[in-house]
Structure formats: C-alpha cells, structure tokens
Design a protein around this ligand. Structure first.
Ligand SMILES: Cc1ncc(COP(=O)(O)O)c(C=O)c1O
Length: 380
C-alpha cells in the first residue's frame, strides 16, 4: 500500500495544525457555553474567544472595524449574504470570468429578481486585465465581484489594481478570498474592499463549517440579513437588531469552530503568511518544472510563478481525466478531477466540459510529496 499523499488543499486543507483540534476539544470538554447566551464565567470566556477571533481577522487582513467582522458558516454563506443582502431590482454587477459557483449560482437566482450581470473576460490563462473594466461599467453597475485566485488553475488576480478601478467608479468591491486567505497577503483597507469572503477550512487551516465575512462600513450599514432570529442581544424586540455584527449572526454560532478557527489563525501568525507563501512557491516551482518535461499531460493556467498560487491543473492527453485521477489515487495521490464547481472558469480556460485534474499544495506538503506525484503522473 503506497503512502497517502494529500494534494487536494484547494478543496480543504489537510492536515490541520494540531492546535486546531486541541482547542476545539478543550472547548467542548471544559466550557461548552454559547456566545451572548448567559451571564456566567464560561459565557464570558466564549465572548473573549469570539472577540479574539475578530481581532485576529482584523489584524491578518488589515481591517479596522471589529464590529464589521461577521462570523458565519463559510465562503458560500458569505457570498450569498453579500449578493442577496445588498442587490436590488435594476442593479448591475460585474464578475470575472473565473468565478466559482458560490458567486454564479446566487447571481443567477438574483436574475429572477431583476438583477443583471456581465463577465469581465479573462485570458486563456485566467488573467483579468483591470484596464478592461471601465468600458463594461453601466450607469446602474453597483458591484464588482472578483475571485482572487482561481480554484481551478491558481491564477492570481491583481486585486489592488481592481480595487483602484472600483474606487474611481464608486463600485462596491467584493473579493472572494477562498483560495488566497492564508496563502498570500490580503489588505482590506489598502485595496478598498467592501467585502472579503473567507472560509476557515482552506488556507486558513481551520475547521469546516465556519468562516468570516469582513465588511466596509458602507456595506455593513446597508446590507440586509439573509437569516433572522435570536442573536442573544435586544431580546425585548421581535425585530432583527440592526447593530453589527448581530444583524448578520442570528442563531447559535459554531462555537467549537470559533475555537478551532482562532487556534488556526494563531498558528498562521506564528509562521507568517510570507513564509507560507515562499514555501508554497518553492513547491509550486518544483511541480511546474517537473510537469514541463512530461509529455502525457498539458498544463492549464500560468506555467511559471508569476501571478499564481499552488493550484495546478493538468489535462491527461488521450486519457479520461477521471480515470487518471482514479489511477493516481491507487498510487496514493489524492487530487480532484472534473469541473471544480467552476464551469465558468473552465469555459474561460478552454477545458469545459472535459474537466481537468487539479493538484493543490498546502502548508504541510513536502518536496517528497511533489516528487512522488510527478512520478505517478509520468506512469499514467
Ligand atoms: C474560489 C472559491 N470560492 C468559494 C468557495 C466556496 O467555499 P465553501 O464551500 O467553503 O463555502 C470555494 C470552495 O471551493 C472556492 O474555491
């Protein structure tokens, strides 16, 4: 039986730092209280834990308003909250042509409510040219949504330059950080972001089922909640409180998740995003140079280290890609094949509907893992 090699970190990172599970078990064993529900010691402890998590997120992403850091169920939840909670009949949205279905499906739902959208075309490697945005802006364009790095092929967009265009044209700017948070630095304030959508379980190395949504003041003031209900605050009022973050945090939060997420961010802080990025780049370079000498696969996306993260998409020439992924699995290599919940991105890259096999590097991937994967690819 060959050693198991996990190269599916774009789906979810694995393994997690040990402190993540330890913090969750400790909470469940020794505390167990619910945020904002009760006036006793263990509730005060969880209040502190949630506040610490919001502070960690503010520090990591250079955001200065703790109350506009929403703890939620993850990136899909965050994207739905932003799109459905702030778009109205007659609004127009611009989206890159590399978006995930977490963006496209809510937008298609909103079409029935009179919201329209257009794609900002990206090139065949998935790169978006910010200079192409102004000519697509209409009088009713309200928002621009950008997938910071592609979950299909790792192409990284110039989010700062796009932010500048959004500022000049007064567009709400929403960044999908699912494939970049924890991998590259993201600067909420400098890039003029109005919303940053984050899952805890990918590059941030936390548990699944929890994430965060960072909002600018103008978006936080305007946004409507997707879900209403008990918040543990203003219990005398049957109407949803409009204070942040309670407005967007109805129902009991994922408390073990808060502890695990916070521990993961502590780990990232101790290692540093720059160090994680550098390590990922070295491994990506090793993978890319190995792939360049193989004749049985074609790389999709950017073939060098410029503007990319460690998500690598391959087409196995003359072989069904699902079969190739299954053969890799027999050799212990875990990947993800198919369309990766991003048919639009595959259409842009020219790999729709065939799909590709995706290899994605994480913080615990080693050089030996990359070499083993290359060896296995060559044998297929
Ligand atoms: C680019 C991108 N956006 C959004 C999501 C949705 O994340 P989640 O399923 O954690 O809500 C993913 C997940 O794969 C993703 O890769």
């Amino acid at each position: 039986m060959s050693k198991k090699i996990y190269l599916d970190n774009a789906a979810t990172s694995f393994p997690k730092p040990k402190c993540v599970a330890e913090a969750m078990v400790d909470y469940m064993t020794n505390n167990g209280a619910s945020l904002h529900r009760g006036d006793y010691g263990s509730v005060f402890e969880v209040e502190n834990a949630a506040l610490t998590l919001r502070e960690q997120l503010c520090e990591l992403f250079n955001h200065d308003e703790i109350k506009n850091v929403v703890i939620n169920a993850g990136a899909t939840m965050g994207m739905n909250t932003v799109l459905i909670g702030s778009l109205n009949e007659g609004d127009h949205v611009l989206v890159s042509s590399m978006e995930h279905n977490a963006v496209m499906r809510p937008l298609h739902e909103l079409e029935c409510r009179g919201v329209s959208f257009d794609h900002i075309p990206c090139d065949s490697q998935g790169r978006l040219d910010p200079n192409k945005i102004p000519q697509l802006i209409k009088p009713n364009t309200k928002m621009l949504v950008l997938c910071h790095a592609s979950n299909v092929c790792g192409t990284l967009q110039n989010a700062a330059a796009v932010g500048q265009v959004c500022k000049e044209h007064n567009l709400l700017y929403v960044l999908d950080g699912a494939q970049t948070a924890g991998h590259v630095n993201i600067d909420f304030a400098k890039w003029n972001l109005d919303a940053l959508v984050l899952p805890a379980h990918k590059g941030l190395m936390g548990p699944s089922g929890i994430g965060a949504l960072l909002l600018s003041r103008r978006l936080a003031d305007a946004i409507r909640p997707l879900i209403t209900g008990g918040t543990g605050s203003r219990s005398d009022d049957e109407h949803q409180p409009w204070l942040m973050p309670d407005k967007l945090e109805s129902g009991t939060l994922n408390m073990p998740g808060i502890y695990g997420f916070s521990a993961a961010l502590g780990y990232i802080h101790s290692v540093g995003v720059d160090a994680l990025f550098e390590r990922e780049r070295l491994l990506t370079a090793r993978f890319l140079s190995g792939v360049a000498s193989l004749r049985n696969v074609k790389l999709y996306g950017i073939p060098n280290l410029i503007d990319r993260v460690g998500v690598i998409a391959l087409d196995f020439i003359g072989t069904d890609n699902a079969l190739a992924a299954s053969r890799l699995e027999q050799k212990g290599i875990m990947t993800r094949c198919g369309l990766h919940c991003a048919p639009l991105a595959h259409k842009t890259l020219g790999s729709f509907p065939r799909g590709l096999v995706r290899f994605s590097i994480g913080a615990f991937t080693t050089e030996a893992d990359i070499d083993a994967a290359l060896g296995a690819i060559e044998q297929i």
